[in-house]
Design a protein around this ligand. Structure first.
Ligand code: IMP
Ligand code: MG
Length: 182
């Protein structure tokens, strides 16, 4: 790592730089535009991790759409899944009869997405699709369908572009591997 790296991010090495992410997001946006053509999907961002990806993704989709957010937490400040999932902020609108696209930053064990999909299904949407920027297949505990996937990554802890470690690093414009103290 270069001598000029600011101390606050000296434990992070770049995995996907910002042009690489932008190219992938625009490709996914085109796919979604094609698949949902004629409809008016509701994009549901999972807070907090998906907020950066979500903001770029909606601008890459050329359709009328609505946005809502749900806060879910399955992690404390640890880098291992606790398996405990909690809704920290609920949707502001009804999704009954709607085409829903759930937008997540990363699917690791799958426990969070499994819980969320079961919860959202009880609200009777017309259909639910899943879009995740990252997928860590090595840690799968419960398989979940991922209709749109940004990158499949190795079993490392990643930060940046919305993803955090202990609340930090969400504002990095790239996705990097965290290899500092845990
Ligand atoms: P899962 O329930 O194990 O699939 O975990 C999903 C959630 O854990 C995501 O929404 C992230 O907030 C968090 N998470 C999992 N892996 C990472 C990572 O490598 N970096 C940052 N957050 C992660
Ligand atoms: Mg998180």
């Amino acid at each position: 790592m270069s001598d000029t790296t600011p101390t606050w991010r000296e434990h992070v090495s770049v995995l996907y730089d910002s042009p690489t992410i932008a190219a992938r997001v625009s490709a996914i946006g085109r796919e979604i535009t094609h698949d949902f053509a004629g409809g008016e999907p509701c994009f549901i961002g999972i807070l907090k991790g998906s907020f950066v990806f979500f903001a770029d993704l909606v601008r890459a989709v050329d359709l009328p759409l609505s946005c809502d957010f749900i806060g879910i937490s399955s992690y404390g400040d640890a880098t291992e899944s606790s398996g405990v999932v909690q809704i920290t902020r609920d949707l502001g609108t009804s999704i009954e009869g709607k085409d829903v696209l759930v937008v997540e930053d990363i699917i690791d064990t799958g426990l969070t997405m499994r819980y969320l999909l079961e919860n959202l299904a009880t609200r009777r949407p017309r259909r639910i699709k899943v879009c995740s920027l990252l997928h860590k297949p090595a840690n799968t505990k419960t398989p979940v369908p991922i209709d749109y996937k940004g990158f499949e990554i190795p079993n490392a802890f990643v930060v940046g572009y919305g993803l955090d470690f202990a609340g930090r690093y969400r504002n990095l414009p790239f996705i990097g591997v965290y290899h500092g103290p845990t």
